[in-house]
Design a protein around this ligand. Sequence first.
Ligand code: 6CS
Ligand code: FE
Length: 314
Amino acid sequence: MTSSANDCYRSRFDAVERIVPRQDPVVYASRPARPPMSEPRILDYGDNGFVLLENLFSAREVACFQEEAQRLWDDAELGDREEAIIEPDSRTLRSLFDVPRFSPVFDRLARDARLVEWARYLLDDEVYLHQSRLNYKPGFEGREFYWHSDFETWHVEDGMPRMRALSISIALDTNRASNGPVMLVPGSHYHFISCAGETPEEHYKKSLRRQEYGVPSQAGLKQLTQGNEIAVITGGAGSALLFDCNTMHGSAGNITPYSRTNLFFVYNAMNNQLQAPFSGQKPRPEYIARRADITALQPVSYREEDYLVRAQYL
Ligand code: 6CS
Ligand code: FE
């Protein structure tokens, strides 16, 4: 496998791990763009690499989202599809990818201005949905998502050129300290961990269940967390966590009775569309990384009643 010489985020080619500086802005917005949020929150996002928006959605909207997530969980036909990822050591559903494909409700939510306007502002561009997934993390059976930078994978395995993408994780359950909440390393987005090792062929068939390549070494993680405090993101259903594509994050397994279902939308800048994977391998499937028919998302100011209409009428 060869990596192009001008790959400024080269990873998984060398025997040793390297931590190199980020070579891209974090907040791309240039004044006087009208921010859809208060100044302190933009500073938080820039400094830490993430920001939590409490109660972005109302209790009634959340109830509709929870009902839809349950409908997808119960749909036995979905369980056999490639977009349905099973836990590493059971037959339990771990994640469902390409969510809007299966849900008119979540197709609408992905376009909601309360999400898209943030992405357009922070990335200073029109945006499209690079990836979406429902991570169910069910009680007792939801396993961990080991530490990783999403961008490291999206660059190496999907050919995402630069750090100009962000994730929004919408809590559909209460994210408690106990049930495997998302944890992030503040400031880690300014450092790119060039991982040692290689990329196995069709790595996603394993990595989406348990990721073992393209993850930081324990020494690397110690270096990122030195003099720092890992942030544990707890909050009620309806809150939204925005985090930069390169912020180091992970979550522990869930041994409590409380599920921790979160819905992730990944917005990529239209100017940052995928190229050939920097691993030199063939691209991952469309349900994981969108390549075809890319059109910019137009934000829609949906109101609560737009979601309360039952899914089959949407
Ligand atoms: O490979 C990916 O794209 C997925 N893997 C992880 C652990 N996070 C991002 C994304 O869901
Ligand atoms: Fe991730």
